[in-house]
Design a protein around this ligand. Structure first.
Ligand SMILES: [Zn+2]
Length: 406
Protein backbone atom coordinates (compact mmCIF):
# COMPACT_ATOMS: atom_id res chain seq x y z
CA UNK A 1 0.00 0.00 0.00
CA UNK A 2 1.58 3.36 -0.95
CA UNK A 3 1.91 6.16 1.51
CA UNK A 4 -0.65 8.48 -0.02
CA UNK A 5 -3.28 5.74 0.05
CA UNK A 6 -2.49 5.11 3.75
CA UNK A 7 -2.87 8.85 4.40
CA UNK A 8 -6.25 8.89 2.62
CA UNK A 9 -7.40 5.84 4.60
CA UNK A 10 -6.28 7.38 7.91
CA UNK A 11 -8.09 10.58 7.08
CA UNK A 12 -11.23 8.61 6.19
CA UNK A 13 -11.11 6.67 9.46
CA UNK A 14 -10.66 9.95 11.32
CA UNK A 15 -13.69 11.42 9.60
CA UNK A 16 -15.72 8.27 10.24
CA UNK A 17 -14.77 8.27 13.91
CA UNK A 18 -15.70 11.94 14.23
CA UNK A 19 -19.00 11.36 12.44
CA UNK A 20 -19.91 8.42 14.66
CA UNK A 21 -18.97 10.42 17.78
CA UNK A 22 -21.26 13.27 16.65
CA UNK A 23 -24.00 10.74 16.03
CA UNK A 24 -23.60 9.24 19.53
CA UNK A 25 -23.68 12.63 21.22
CA UNK A 26 -26.65 13.63 19.08
CA UNK A 27 -28.47 10.34 19.79
CA UNK A 28 -27.96 10.67 23.56
CA UNK A 29 -29.27 14.18 23.38
CA UNK A 30 -32.41 13.00 21.61
CA UNK A 31 -32.92 10.16 24.12
CA UNK A 32 -32.67 12.60 27.00
CA UNK A 33 -35.01 15.11 25.35
CA UNK A 34 -37.49 12.32 24.59
CA UNK A 35 -37.47 11.10 28.20
CA UNK A 36 -38.01 14.60 29.56
CA UNK A 37 -40.81 15.21 27.09
CA UNK A 38 -42.48 11.86 27.67
CA UNK A 39 -42.38 12.01 31.46
CA UNK A 40 -43.69 15.58 31.62
CA UNK A 41 -46.61 14.85 29.24
CA UNK A 42 -50.08 13.50 29.76
CA UNK A 43 -49.81 10.03 28.24
CA UNK A 44 -53.39 8.89 27.76
CA UNK A 45 -54.24 5.45 26.40
CA UNK A 46 -57.83 5.19 25.21
CA UNK A 47 -58.18 1.42 25.29
CA UNK A 48 -57.01 -1.13 27.84
CA UNK A 49 -58.70 -4.44 28.60
CA UNK A 50 -57.09 -4.67 32.03
CA UNK A 51 -60.56 -4.57 33.65
CA UNK A 52 -61.00 -8.26 32.78
CA UNK A 53 -58.02 -9.05 34.98
CA UNK A 54 -59.63 -7.45 38.05
CA UNK A 55 -61.70 -10.64 38.33
CA UNK A 56 -58.67 -12.89 38.54
CA UNK A 57 -57.24 -13.81 41.96
CA UNK A 58 -53.73 -13.87 40.49
CA UNK A 59 -53.84 -10.25 39.35
CA UNK A 60 -53.06 -7.19 41.45
CA UNK A 61 -53.26 -3.73 39.84
CA UNK A 62 -50.93 -2.33 42.51
CA UNK A 63 -48.14 -4.86 42.03
CA UNK A 64 -45.85 -5.72 39.19
CA UNK A 65 -47.45 -8.79 37.58
CA UNK A 66 -45.34 -11.37 35.74
CA UNK A 67 -47.72 -11.38 32.77
CA UNK A 68 -50.14 -9.06 30.99
CA UNK A 69 -49.43 -5.51 29.93
CA UNK A 70 -50.68 -3.07 32.55
CA UNK A 71 -50.34 -2.47 36.30
CA UNK A 72 -49.44 0.59 38.37
CA UNK A 73 -45.67 -0.12 38.65
CA UNK A 74 -45.36 -0.62 34.89
CA UNK A 75 -47.56 2.41 34.17
CA UNK A 76 -45.21 4.50 36.31
CA UNK A 77 -42.21 3.05 34.51
CA UNK A 78 -43.74 3.80 31.10
CA UNK A 79 -45.06 7.23 32.02
CA UNK A 80 -48.65 6.20 31.24
CA UNK A 81 -50.64 8.49 33.48
CA UNK A 82 -54.17 8.33 32.07
CA UNK A 83 -56.01 5.16 31.12
CA UNK A 84 -59.40 4.23 29.76
CA UNK A 85 -60.32 0.93 31.38
CA UNK A 86 -62.49 -0.93 28.92
CA UNK A 87 -65.84 -2.34 30.04
CA UNK A 88 -66.29 -5.37 27.83
CA UNK A 89 -68.30 -8.56 27.56
CA UNK A 90 -68.78 -10.92 24.63
CA UNK A 91 -70.93 -9.24 21.99
CA UNK A 92 -73.21 -12.26 21.74
CA UNK A 93 -74.53 -11.58 25.25
CA UNK A 94 -77.42 -9.14 25.00
CA UNK A 95 -80.38 -7.83 27.04
CA UNK A 96 -80.43 -7.57 30.86
CA UNK A 97 -77.51 -10.04 31.42
CA UNK A 98 -75.30 -7.76 29.30
CA UNK A 99 -76.23 -4.74 31.44
CA UNK A 100 -75.61 -6.68 34.65
CA UNK A 101 -72.17 -7.86 33.56
CA UNK A 102 -71.22 -4.35 32.42
CA UNK A 103 -72.25 -2.99 35.84
CA UNK A 104 -70.09 -5.65 37.55
CA UNK A 105 -67.10 -4.34 35.61
CA UNK A 106 -67.88 -0.66 36.22
CA UNK A 107 -67.98 -1.48 39.93
CA UNK A 108 -64.68 -3.38 39.68
CA UNK A 109 -62.99 -0.33 38.10
CA UNK A 110 -64.28 2.00 40.83
CA UNK A 111 -63.23 -0.44 43.58
CA UNK A 112 -59.73 -0.90 42.15
CA UNK A 113 -59.22 2.84 41.77
CA UNK A 114 -60.33 3.37 45.38
CA UNK A 115 -58.05 0.57 46.58
CA UNK A 116 -55.05 2.31 45.02
CA UNK A 117 -56.09 5.89 45.68
CA UNK A 118 -52.52 6.89 46.51
CA UNK A 119 -51.61 6.32 42.88
CA UNK A 120 -54.88 6.60 41.02
CA UNK A 121 -57.87 8.89 40.87
CA UNK A 122 -61.12 8.49 38.94
CA UNK A 123 -61.60 11.06 36.15
CA UNK A 124 -64.77 12.13 34.35
CA UNK A 125 -63.57 15.20 32.47
CA UNK A 126 -60.50 16.57 30.70
CA UNK A 127 -60.01 18.90 33.68
CA UNK A 128 -60.03 15.90 36.03
CA UNK A 129 -57.26 14.30 33.95
CA UNK A 130 -55.17 17.49 34.07
CA UNK A 131 -55.72 17.79 37.82
CA UNK A 132 -54.64 14.18 38.37
CA UNK A 133 -51.50 14.83 36.35
CA UNK A 134 -50.69 17.94 38.39
CA UNK A 135 -51.00 15.81 41.55
CA UNK A 136 -48.74 13.10 40.15
CA UNK A 137 -51.60 10.60 40.04
CA UNK A 138 -52.79 8.30 37.28
CA UNK A 139 -56.21 9.30 35.90
CA UNK A 140 -58.59 6.35 35.52
CA UNK A 141 -61.42 6.62 32.99
CA UNK A 142 -63.90 4.15 31.55
CA UNK A 143 -65.16 3.28 28.08
CA UNK A 144 -67.90 0.74 27.31
CA UNK A 145 -66.75 -1.45 24.42
CA UNK A 146 -69.94 -2.39 22.61
CA UNK A 147 -73.49 -1.03 22.39
CA UNK A 148 -74.85 -4.49 23.28
CA UNK A 149 -74.15 -3.63 26.93
CA UNK A 150 -77.02 -1.12 27.14
CA UNK A 151 -79.43 -4.04 26.69
CA UNK A 152 -81.27 -2.16 23.91
CA UNK A 153 -82.44 0.41 26.49
CA UNK A 154 -81.52 4.09 25.99
CA UNK A 155 -81.88 4.80 29.72
CA UNK A 156 -78.81 2.66 30.37
CA UNK A 157 -76.74 5.18 28.36
CA UNK A 158 -77.69 7.81 30.95
CA UNK A 159 -76.97 5.44 33.84
CA UNK A 160 -73.55 4.53 32.40
CA UNK A 161 -72.78 8.24 31.96
CA UNK A 162 -73.72 8.92 35.59
CA UNK A 163 -71.39 6.12 36.67
CA UNK A 164 -68.53 7.85 34.87
CA UNK A 165 -68.39 6.08 31.48
CA UNK A 166 -66.85 8.56 29.04
CA UNK A 167 -67.07 6.72 25.74
CA UNK A 168 -69.05 3.92 24.21
CA UNK A 169 -67.99 1.87 21.20
CA UNK A 170 -71.12 1.42 19.12
CA UNK A 171 -70.53 -2.31 18.51
CA UNK A 172 -67.98 -5.04 19.19
CA UNK A 173 -67.08 -8.00 16.92
CA UNK A 174 -70.78 -8.75 16.32
CA UNK A 175 -73.69 -6.57 15.25
CA UNK A 176 -75.78 -5.41 18.17
CA UNK A 177 -79.48 -4.54 18.06
CA UNK A 178 -78.89 -1.16 16.38
CA UNK A 179 -75.37 -0.99 14.86
CA UNK A 180 -73.48 -3.12 12.31
CA UNK A 181 -69.99 -4.33 13.19
CA UNK A 182 -67.00 -4.39 10.82
CA UNK A 183 -66.48 -8.11 11.49
CA UNK A 184 -70.07 -9.36 11.06
CA UNK A 185 -72.50 -9.59 8.13
CA UNK A 186 -74.37 -6.26 7.91
CA UNK A 187 -78.05 -6.43 8.89
CA UNK A 188 -78.93 -2.81 9.75
CA UNK A 189 -77.29 -0.94 6.86
CA UNK A 190 -75.17 0.92 9.44
CA UNK A 191 -77.05 2.54 12.32
CA UNK A 192 -80.79 2.00 12.78
CA UNK A 193 -83.00 4.98 13.68
CA UNK A 194 -82.73 3.85 17.30
CA UNK A 195 -78.95 3.71 16.90
CA UNK A 196 -79.00 7.33 15.72
CA UNK A 197 -81.05 8.24 18.79
CA UNK A 198 -78.40 6.52 20.95
CA UNK A 199 -75.68 8.67 19.33
CA UNK A 200 -77.66 11.86 20.07
CA UNK A 201 -78.22 10.72 23.67
CA UNK A 202 -74.48 10.07 24.03
CA UNK A 203 -73.84 13.63 22.82
CA UNK A 204 -76.31 14.91 25.43
CA UNK A 205 -74.66 12.86 28.17
CA UNK A 206 -71.13 13.98 27.27
CA UNK A 207 -70.10 10.48 26.23
CA UNK A 208 -67.66 10.25 23.31
CA UNK A 209 -68.94 8.24 20.34
CA UNK A 210 -66.33 5.56 19.58
CA UNK A 211 -66.33 4.06 16.10
CA UNK A 212 -63.68 1.37 16.51
CA UNK A 213 -65.15 -2.05 15.61
CA UNK A 214 -68.12 -0.65 13.67
CA UNK A 215 -68.80 -1.22 9.96
CA UNK A 216 -67.84 1.52 7.52
CA UNK A 217 -71.52 2.41 7.01
CA UNK A 218 -72.09 2.64 10.80
CA UNK A 219 -69.06 4.95 10.97
CA UNK A 220 -70.41 7.31 8.31
CA UNK A 221 -73.91 7.28 9.87
CA UNK A 222 -72.49 8.08 13.34
CA UNK A 223 -70.30 10.81 11.89
CA UNK A 224 -73.31 12.44 10.25
CA UNK A 225 -75.52 12.29 13.33
CA UNK A 226 -73.04 13.22 16.07
CA UNK A 227 -72.87 16.88 17.08
CA UNK A 228 -69.45 16.32 18.69
CA UNK A 229 -66.16 14.90 17.36
CA UNK A 230 -65.77 11.11 17.44
CA UNK A 231 -62.85 8.87 18.26
CA UNK A 232 -61.67 5.50 17.05
CA UNK A 233 -60.49 4.33 20.49
CA UNK A 234 -58.31 1.49 19.14
CA UNK A 235 -57.98 1.23 15.35
CA UNK A 236 -55.08 1.49 12.93
CA UNK A 237 -54.68 2.35 9.24
CA UNK A 238 -56.08 0.10 6.51
CA UNK A 239 -53.67 1.58 3.95
CA UNK A 240 -50.85 -0.23 5.80
CA UNK A 241 -52.74 -3.31 6.99
CA UNK A 242 -55.96 -4.26 5.26
CA UNK A 243 -58.01 -5.43 8.25
CA UNK A 244 -61.69 -4.41 8.52
CA UNK A 245 -60.96 -3.30 12.13
CA UNK A 246 -58.71 -0.59 10.72
CA UNK A 247 -59.78 2.65 9.03
CA UNK A 248 -59.44 3.55 5.37
CA UNK A 249 -57.74 6.82 4.46
CA UNK A 250 -61.13 8.28 3.47
CA UNK A 251 -62.57 7.38 6.89
CA UNK A 252 -59.59 8.89 8.72
CA UNK A 253 -59.96 12.09 6.67
CA UNK A 254 -63.70 12.28 7.42
CA UNK A 255 -63.10 11.63 11.14
CA UNK A 256 -60.44 14.36 11.27
CA UNK A 257 -62.56 16.84 9.32
CA UNK A 258 -65.03 16.70 12.21
CA UNK A 259 -62.28 17.17 14.82
CA UNK A 260 -61.96 13.49 15.76
CA UNK A 261 -58.94 11.36 16.63
CA UNK A 262 -57.76 7.92 15.47
CA UNK A 263 -56.06 6.15 18.38
CA UNK A 264 -53.57 3.66 16.97
CA UNK A 265 -54.05 0.02 18.04
CA UNK A 266 -50.87 -2.08 18.55
CA UNK A 267 -52.38 -5.53 17.78
CA UNK A 268 -50.11 -7.42 15.39
CA UNK A 269 -52.93 -8.36 13.01
CA UNK A 270 -53.99 -4.72 12.72
CA UNK A 271 -50.55 -3.19 12.08
CA UNK A 272 -48.66 -5.67 9.91
CA UNK A 273 -50.09 -6.83 6.58
CA UNK A 274 -47.79 -9.89 6.22
CA UNK A 275 -48.77 -11.00 9.74
CA UNK A 276 -52.48 -10.44 9.04
CA UNK A 277 -52.35 -12.52 5.85
CA UNK A 278 -50.40 -15.33 7.55
CA UNK A 279 -52.68 -15.23 10.61
CA UNK A 280 -55.80 -15.45 8.40
CA UNK A 281 -54.28 -18.46 6.66
CA UNK A 282 -53.15 -20.26 9.82
CA UNK A 283 -56.02 -19.64 12.22
CA UNK A 284 -58.77 -17.86 10.30
CA UNK A 285 -57.61 -14.49 11.66
CA UNK A 286 -57.62 -12.84 15.05
CA UNK A 287 -61.41 -12.39 15.28
CA UNK A 288 -62.16 -16.09 14.66
CA UNK A 289 -59.32 -17.10 16.98
CA UNK A 290 -60.61 -14.94 19.84
CA UNK A 291 -64.18 -16.21 19.23
CA UNK A 292 -63.01 -19.85 19.51
CA UNK A 293 -60.93 -19.19 22.60
CA UNK A 294 -63.72 -17.31 24.35
CA UNK A 295 -65.86 -20.42 24.01
CA UNK A 296 -63.03 -22.70 25.13
CA UNK A 297 -62.16 -20.45 28.08
CA UNK A 298 -65.79 -19.80 29.03
CA UNK A 299 -65.22 -16.06 28.53
CA UNK A 300 -62.35 -15.95 31.03
CA UNK A 301 -60.27 -13.25 29.33
CA UNK A 302 -57.09 -14.07 31.24
CA UNK A 303 -57.35 -17.59 29.85
CA UNK A 304 -58.03 -16.21 26.32
CA UNK A 305 -54.94 -14.02 26.57
CA UNK A 306 -52.74 -16.90 27.75
CA UNK A 307 -54.01 -19.26 25.04
CA UNK A 308 -53.62 -16.59 22.34
CA UNK A 309 -50.03 -15.95 23.37
CA UNK A 310 -49.29 -19.70 23.33
CA UNK A 311 -50.71 -20.20 19.83
CA UNK A 312 -48.98 -17.13 18.50
CA UNK A 313 -45.60 -18.13 19.99
CA UNK A 314 -45.86 -21.66 18.62
CA UNK A 315 -46.74 -20.45 15.10
CA UNK A 316 -44.01 -17.80 15.17
CA UNK A 317 -41.43 -20.36 16.37
CA UNK A 318 -42.50 -22.67 13.54
CA UNK A 319 -41.99 -19.81 11.10
CA UNK A 320 -45.68 -19.77 10.10
CA UNK A 321 -46.23 -16.25 11.44
CA UNK A 322 -43.74 -13.44 10.73
CA UNK A 323 -42.11 -11.39 13.47
CA UNK A 324 -43.70 -7.97 13.97
CA UNK A 325 -41.67 -5.08 15.34
CA UNK A 326 -43.09 -2.34 17.61
CA UNK A 327 -41.88 0.09 14.94
CA UNK A 328 -44.99 -0.74 12.88
CA UNK A 329 -46.87 1.34 15.52
CA UNK A 330 -44.75 4.32 14.50
CA UNK A 331 -45.49 3.63 10.82
CA UNK A 332 -49.24 3.82 11.53
CA UNK A 333 -48.92 7.00 13.59
CA UNK A 334 -46.83 8.54 10.82
CA UNK A 335 -49.22 7.49 8.07
CA UNK A 336 -52.18 9.05 9.88
CA UNK A 337 -50.21 12.22 10.70
CA UNK A 338 -49.14 12.61 7.05
CA UNK A 339 -52.76 12.14 6.02
CA UNK A 340 -54.58 14.45 8.44
CA UNK A 341 -51.99 16.15 10.66
CA UNK A 342 -50.82 15.62 14.24
CA UNK A 343 -54.06 17.01 15.73
CA UNK A 344 -55.99 13.85 14.89
CA UNK A 345 -53.83 10.94 16.04
CA UNK A 346 -53.46 9.30 19.46
CA UNK A 347 -52.68 6.06 21.31
CA UNK A 348 -55.17 3.23 21.87
CA UNK A 349 -52.88 0.28 22.58
CA UNK A 350 -55.42 -2.49 23.29
CA UNK A 351 -53.08 -3.61 26.08
CA UNK A 352 -54.31 -6.73 27.89
CA UNK A 353 -56.63 -7.45 24.96
CA UNK A 354 -54.30 -7.94 22.01
CA UNK A 355 -51.08 -9.53 20.79
CA UNK A 356 -48.38 -6.91 21.25
CA UNK A 357 -45.60 -6.56 18.67
CA UNK A 358 -42.03 -7.35 19.65
CA UNK A 359 -40.45 -4.51 21.61
CA UNK A 360 -43.80 -3.29 23.01
CA UNK A 361 -44.21 -6.11 25.52
CA UNK A 362 -46.12 -3.95 27.99
CA UNK A 363 -46.87 -0.34 28.92
CA UNK A 364 -43.39 0.18 30.41
CA UNK A 365 -42.10 0.39 26.80
CA UNK A 366 -44.16 3.46 25.89
CA UNK A 367 -41.29 5.99 26.10
CA UNK A 368 -39.91 4.36 22.93
CA UNK A 369 -42.80 5.90 21.01
CA UNK A 370 -41.89 9.46 22.04
CA UNK A 371 -38.25 8.85 21.22
CA UNK A 372 -39.02 7.35 17.80
CA UNK A 373 -41.27 10.30 16.90
CA UNK A 374 -38.65 12.80 18.06
CA UNK A 375 -36.03 11.02 15.92
CA UNK A 376 -38.39 11.26 12.96
CA UNK A 377 -38.34 15.03 13.41
CA UNK A 378 -41.74 15.50 15.06
CA UNK A 379 -42.00 18.67 17.14
CA UNK A 380 -42.36 18.34 20.90
CA UNK A 381 -45.79 19.94 20.80
CA UNK A 382 -46.99 17.48 18.13
CA UNK A 383 -45.73 14.55 20.20
CA UNK A 384 -47.60 15.86 23.26
CA UNK A 385 -50.78 16.03 21.17
CA UNK A 386 -50.37 12.42 20.06
CA UNK A 387 -49.56 11.24 23.59
CA UNK A 388 -52.75 12.66 25.06
CA UNK A 389 -53.60 16.28 24.34
CA UNK A 390 -55.69 15.43 21.26
CA UNK A 391 -57.94 13.15 23.30
CA UNK A 392 -58.29 15.81 25.99
CA UNK A 393 -59.31 18.31 23.31
CA UNK A 394 -62.02 15.92 22.05
CA UNK A 395 -63.20 15.38 25.64
CA UNK A 396 -63.48 19.15 26.12
CA UNK A 397 -65.45 19.51 22.87
CA UNK A 398 -67.76 16.64 23.85
CA UNK A 399 -68.28 18.24 27.28
CA UNK A 400 -69.16 21.58 25.61
CA UNK A 401 -71.69 19.97 23.27
CA UNK A 402 -73.26 18.17 26.22
CA UNK A 403 -73.70 21.47 28.12
CA UNK A 404 -75.28 23.11 25.06
CA UNK A 405 -77.76 20.23 24.74
CA UNK A 406 -78.96 20.31 28.38
ZN1 LIG B 1 -61.63 -4.08 20.77
Amino acid sequence: MNRSRVAVLCASFGLLAAASLTRTVHADDISERARKLHFSSIVLDTHDDTTQRFFSKEYDLGKRNPDGHVDIPRMREGGMNAIFFSIWIDGRIMGPPAVQKALDQIDAVHENVKKYSNDMVFARTADDVRRAHAQGKIAALMGVEGGHMIGNDIRIVRIFADLGVRYMTLSHFYNDEWADSSTDKPVHNGLTDFGKEIVREMNRQGMIVDISHVSDKTFYDALEVSKAPLIASHSSCRALCNHPRDMSDDMIKALAAKGGVIQINYERSFIDEAYRVASDKETGGVVARIGDLEKKCNNDEACVGREMAKIQKKLTDEGKLPHVSWERIIDHIDHAVKLVGADHVGLGSDFDGADMPEGMEDCSKLPKISEALLRKGYSESDIKKILGENTLRVMEQVERVSKEMQ
